[in-house]
Ligand binder design. Structure first.
Ligand code: FMN
Length: 184
C-alpha cells in the first residue's frame, strides 16, 4: 500500500494512474466517467475511452459523435466532471475540466488514425439516444463530420487514497498545482 507524506508525490502518483488510461487497456483509467450538465441542471454521466493524456499541458482527451447529447450539454456549458476509481491501488480521481470541442478539417489527421472498425461509433443513424422500433433498427454511416475531439483542460484534480489511513488532497491550476490536504 502506497504512503504519501508530500503533496507533490501524491500528485505524481495520481498522474501516473491517469496516464495509464491511454497505454494500459486493462487499467480502469482507460474508461473514466464523464459528467455533463443538461440545460435543466440534471447531471448526465457516461463512460468514455481515454484517448490521450498530457500532464505538461494539463489535458486529457476523448472522442465522441457530434450528434450525441453530451455535445448539446457541452455547447451550453463547457464544464465537465471526470471520475476514475482504481480498485487495485484504492485511488479515486476526480477532475474538474473545461472542454474545448474540435470538429471538422483540423481533426482529419486524428480521424485518419481511428481504426476503420472503430469509426462506426461516429455516424449512427438515427442519432445516438433516439427512440427506435426494435433493438437493431439503426445503421452505421461513419463520417468524419460526425467525429468530435473533446480536449479537457484540467482545472482541478482531487485524489482520495483508501489506505490503512485515508488521505485526500486537492490540486488547482489556479494555485499552480501546489495542492492542499483535505480531511477525507
Ligand atoms: C466501455 C465503454 C466505452 C465507451 N467509449 C465511448 C467513447 O470513447 N466515446 C463515446 O462517445 N461514447 C463511448 N461510449 C458510449 C457512451 O458511454 C455513451 O453511451 C454515448 O457516448 C452516448 O452518450 P450521450 O448520449 O450521453 O452523449 C462508451 C461506453 C462504454 C460502456
Amino acid at each position: 500500500m502506497k504512503f504519501f507524506q508530500k503533496l507533490d508525490d501524491f500528485l505524481d502518483f495520481g498522474w501516473a494512474q491517469i496516464c495509464r488510461g491511454k497505454f494500459d487497456k486493462k487499467s480502469p483509467a482507460r474508461h473514466p466517467t464523464f459528467v455533463t450538465s443538461s440545460h435543466d441542471g440534471i447531471p448526465n454521466a457516461r463512460t468514455l475511452v481515454m484517448r490521450r493524456s498530457d500532464r505538461k499541458n494539463n489535458q486529457i482527451e476523448f472522442h465522441t459523435d457530434t450528434a450525441s447529447s453530451k455535445m448539446l450539454d457541452l455547447k451550453r456549458n463547457p464544464r465537465a466532471g471526470i471520475h476514475i476509481w482504481l480498485p487495485k491501488v484504492k485511488l479515486q480521481i476526480q477532475m474538474d475540466v473545461v472542454i474545448e470541442i474540435k470538429v471538422g478539417d483540423t481533426i482529419i489527421p486524428i480521424w485518419k488514425n481511428v481504426p476503420t472498425n472503430s469509426r462506426v461509433a461516429y455516424g449512427t443513424i438515427p442519432n445516438p439516444g433516439s427512440v427506435i422500433e426494435s433493438p437493431f433498427a439503426y445503421d452505421h454511416a461513419p463520417d468524419h463530420k460526425r467525429f468530435a475531439v473533446l480536449i479537457c483542460h484540467i482545472e482541478s484534480i482531487q485524489l482520495l487514497l483508501l489506505g490503512v489511513e485515508h488521505i485526500r488532497a486537492n490540486y488547482k491550476k489556479t494555485n499552480n498545482w501546489k495542492g492542499e490536504w483535505l480531511s477525507p
